[in-house]
Design a protein around this ligand. Structure first.
Ligand code: ADP
Ligand code: MG
Length: 139
């Protein structure tokens, strides 16, 4: 499935819709370059899960846990990890195979550690289509 968005609000809205539809134990990976809109999508997704807190990018903490929504939400940003070996220290495997919902930014960095049944989403820019254009591909 492919979606086109032309503003951060549209990407947020798509995330929100997928958050509304998310089910227990779901794991979603979110790929795309810096500034692609992964965090914007994640913020919409959190709203769709009925989380009221502000979602900030967990770039420095690797993971944020939100438990006030419809389902527990585990938001990962593994940009700073060289590989998946550090995941053990933060107990990530427990979250990957939990009753909550995981969203993982930069899954490429932890290849081999992401559950096989994860839903893959990729956000792509295309300079020829303008700076606000994004193609969002859902596997
Ligand atoms: P990432 O987490 O992938 O690094 P962010 O969500 O933090 O990206 O930032 C995306 C940036 O791109 C924001 O500044 C946002 O305003 C801008 N932007 C412009 N158009 C879009 C769009 N269609 N979808 C998402 N973000 C967009
Ligand atoms: Mg981000």
């Amino acid at each position: 499935m492919e979606y086109i968005t032309n503003s951060v609000e549209e990407t947020f809205a798509l995330g929100e819709k997928m958050g509304q539809e998310a089910g227990r134990g779901e794991v979603i990976t979110l790929s795309g370059d810096l500034g692609a809109g992964k965090t914007a999508f994640a913020q919409g997704f959190a709203k769709g899960l009925e989380i009221r807190e502000d979602i900030t990018s967990p770039t420095f903490t690797i993971m944020c846990v939100y438990e006030t929504g419809r389902l527990p939400f585990y938001h990962f940003d593994v940009y700073r990890l060289a590989d998946g070996s550090e995941l053990e220290a933060i107990g990530a495997e427990e979250y990957f195979y939990s009753d909550g919902v995981c969203l993982i930014e930069w899954p490429e960095n932890i290849e081999g550690y992401v559950p096989e049944n994860a839903k893959k989403i990729r956000i792509e820019k295309n300079p020829a289509c303008g700076s606000d254009y994004r193609k969002i591909i859902v596997e």
